[in-house]
Design a protein around this ligand. Structure first.
Ligand code: SF4
Length: 209
């Protein structure tokens, strides 16, 4: 990357765009609603079950003008979900301010492992054991989405739930490759601990992106 491009990326005027698509939000609090997804490349959190490992290496995803991303997004939806990769590895201020200026709702899906930047209407925090969230984001999160891969993850979910605000929604989501084993455990857990709700990856059941 040349110096000029690097400078633009540092300011968030360009971002390493992996893909963008209009679909239905499959997970969490906004399940079932239409949204335009912007997937930004780059992630070093290293979840072994990650289903977008091709996002990890930011160098594989071309720096793209944020203005261009906004122009595409505004043609499709009122809600724009920024995901990754780990979007907070990048400066999100320019992109989110531009989206909001167009009257669009900005949602983020993040592990919280990097400093929070940007203007958000909805923050979905999904902490990972391999790289815990920074303290700041727990108070800002609207939704805590914990991925359950094995039974020890329930304990981790409770530890993280103790750090978010009272108005943050709590969701347990089975890791896709283990869903047959984990989903019944989550059902039982939620009935015993009703502060939690179940989140399923409904887009995968619907066979949409
Ligand atoms: Fe994959 Fe997300 Fe974990 Fe990064 S934080 S490794 S993108 S699941």
């Amino acid at each position: 990357m040349d110096i000029k491009t690097k400078e633009l990326v540092n300011k968030g005027i360009m971002l390493p765009l992996m893909e963008e698509f209009y679909t239905i939000q499959g997970e969490g609090a906004h399940t079932g609603t239409s949204a335009y997804f912007i997937r930004v490349g780059g992630c070093d959190v290293g979840c072994h079950w990650c289903d977008v490992k091709e996002s990890w290496d930011a160098k594989l995803h071309p720096p793209t003008l944020s203005d261009e991303i906004v122009n595409n997004a505004k043609q499709y939806a009122k809600t724009i979900v920024i995901t990754g990769g780990e979007p907070l590895m990048w400066n999100m201020q320019y992109l989110t301010a531009s989206l909001q200026k167009e009257g669009l709702q900005t949602h983020i899906e993040t592990s919280g492992a990097y400093e929070l930047s940007g203007q958000w209407n909805w923050i979905c925090l999904s902490p990972k054991k391999t790289k815990l969230p920074l303290d700041q984001i727990y108070h800002e999160a609207h939704e805590l989405k914990m991925i359950i891969h094995n039974k020890n993850d329930f304990e981790f979910a409770e530890q993280e739930a103790a750090k978010v605000s009272d108005h943050c929604g709590l969701y347990l989501q089975p890791e896709w490759s283990k869903k047959e084993m984990i989903t019944p455990m989550i059902v039982e857990y939620v009935m015993k601990n009703p502060k939690w709700k179940i989140s399923l990856q409904t887009h995968k059941y619907l066979n949409i992106p």
